[in-house]
Write a protein that binds this ligand. Structure first.
Ligand code: ZN
Ligand code: ZN
Length: 234
């Protein structure tokens, strides 16, 4: 097998969802992994999952890295995980509901607050993103949303990108953006060659922001929730 062959999108998504198993410190350079590399990592993950299921739930203490499945029939387990994360990283409980949301597809999660008085209302987590990308993705998103929540409670600036927000995300190891995972063709402007959006396909009406010209589809990529862009096979 050609060692330069790229992994498939499906393989990469599976790997990302279980990354804590093979890469607890997040040191792997996903952009550089070949098909064979990812294949071998997936075998390790499958072995781990099998052993894990055999020794299921003997321990009761909360280990965020070991959560790989969350019940979606209700929001109960999701809330309990959020509560644990809140206590662990902020030393305070989360006093607003945390719920699965079937309709949110354009984000991984969302912190909802009352705008006039800046009061927290609830945190929603995209069920669709969980089904696609797994429990570790949800945990990362929850940590991000909890930063919004706690800063809001403390009457500090809590919007994405504010220095306070970025500092808190860094402190607890949360992603800076709760963006959805995205896959498609990297498009380029047909006039000047500047990178444009990632699209499933380029339609005639899609124009480049730079020259208002048609778009050309090139490599197929996945944008991970942490912002990394990885080239894959379709
Ligand atoms: Zn955010
Ligand atoms: Zn252009």
């Amino acid at each position: 097998m050609n060692s330069n062959q790229k992994p498939t999108a499906l393989m990469l998504k599976y790997l990302y969802a279980h990354l804590f198993v093979v890469d607890p410190k997040r040191e792997l350079i996903l952009e550089k992994l070949s098909y064979q590399d990812v294949y071998e990592l997936i075998q390790q993950i499958k072995q781990f999952t099998k052993e894990k299921q055999q020794s299921l739930s003997h321990s009761t203490s909360f280990q965020e890295r070991s959560v790989w499945r969350i019940d979606t029939s209700s929001s109960m387990e999701l809330y309990l995980i959020g509560k644990q994360l809140s206590l662990q990283y902020f030393g305070r409980p989360c006093k607003i509901p945390i719920e699965w949301d079937k309709s949110v597809k354009d984000a991984a999660g969302r912190f909802i607050f009352e705008r006039t008085h800046q009061k927290p209302i609830k945190i929603v987590q995209s069920l669709w993103q969980y089904n696609q990308f797994g429990a570790q993705h949800v945990i990362a998103t929850l940590k991000h949303e909890l930063v919004h929540y706690h800063l809001c409670l403390q009457k500090k600036p809590f919007a994405d990108g504010t220095p306070e927000f970025v500092a808190e995300c860094r402190r607890i190891g949360a992603p800076l953006f709760a963006v959805k995972m995205l896959e498609g063709y990297q498009t380029y402007c047909s006039e000047c060659g500047t990178k444009a959006d990632i699209l499933k396909k380029a339609r005639k009406k899609d124009k480049s922001p730079c020259c208002k010209a048609t778009l050309v589809c090139k490599e197929y990529v996945i944008r991970l929730p942490d912002g990394r862009l990885v080239q894959v096979e379709v």
